[in-house]
Design a protein around this ligand. Structure first.
Ligand code: GRF
Length: 229
């Protein structure tokens, strides 16, 4: 990946230009942007793209001085690949190398997913492969599980599937509602997403033959928050 190539003798490696796709609030986007501002973070957030012009996260991104783009899926009359080709053109225009889906509420076609294979990651609010799809917190409560959580994974054509980069487990407590549980899971999303992006951007984590390969020590940080260190 270009991120690991030297830009010259003694220079720091290039930080891959990264786009974040949102459809709404964008709290994970904010977590990624804040992380990327810390010294040594190996990715450069170059673009925030939304399919909705009214996505609240766009305001934060432009105030933060990040390029924003809106590609409205409704203009493509159900032609999903045409919508994605328009997105792809914006990514090329901004020289984007990595894409983070962060609450992007459009299902991507195999055309786009395969084009960005190994460079496209997503966060999902459950411990995959449990609870793919929507309403994950209510479904976890209904299933009476003790541990819920969130997952960052490489995107594959199958919805909410794909090799896992990082997970955080969040215990369910007595009296939890979908809202209280979602709030605690979200705190952990904001921890593992920047950590996972850093692994991919630095080249430490790679998608190889459908599996995540992580260079170096992969000892989890502790028994609950499972992020390779
Ligand atoms: C998060 O729960 C994320 O896991 C899911 O959609 C939600 C987006 O929230 N994919 P935000 O827009 O990042 O605040």
């Amino acid at each position: 990946m270009t991120s690991t190539s030297d830009t010259g003798a003694g220079k720091a490696p290039a930080r891959p230009k990264t786009a974040i796709f949102i459809s709404g609030r964008g709290s994970n986007m904010v977590a990624l942007v804040e992380a990327a501002r810390t010294p040594g973070f190996p990715a450069d957030i170059a673009l925030v793209l939304s399919n909705r012009a009214d996505a609240a996260g766009l305001v934060y991104a432009s105030e933060a001085g990040i390029a924003t783009a809106v590609v409205d899926h409704k203009l493509f009359a159900g032609n999903r690949e045409a919508f994605e080709r328009a997105i792809d053109a914006v990514l090329v225009e901004h020289a984007v190398e990595l894409v983070c889906l962060a609450g992007f509420l459009r299902v991507l076609t195999p055309w786009f997913v395969n084009r960005w294979a190994g460079r496209l990651i997503n966060i999902h609010p459950s411990l995959l492969p449990a609870f793919r799809g929507l309403d994950t917190h209510a479904r976890a409560l209904a299933a009476n599980v003790r541990l819920h959580g969130c997952t960052v994974h490489f995107v594959t054509p199958e919805l909410d599937d794909g090799p896992v980069l990082a997970q955080a487990a969040v215990p369910i407590v007595e009296g939890d509602t979908p809202e209280t549980l979602a709030a605690r899971v979200l705190v952990q999303e904001h921890v593992i997403y920047p950590a996972a992006l850093a692994r991919v951007a630095s080249g430490q984590a790679k998608l190889v033959d459908g599996r995540v390969v992580i260079a170096g020590d992969t000892t989890p940080a502790d028994a609950v928050l499972v992020v390779p260190t």
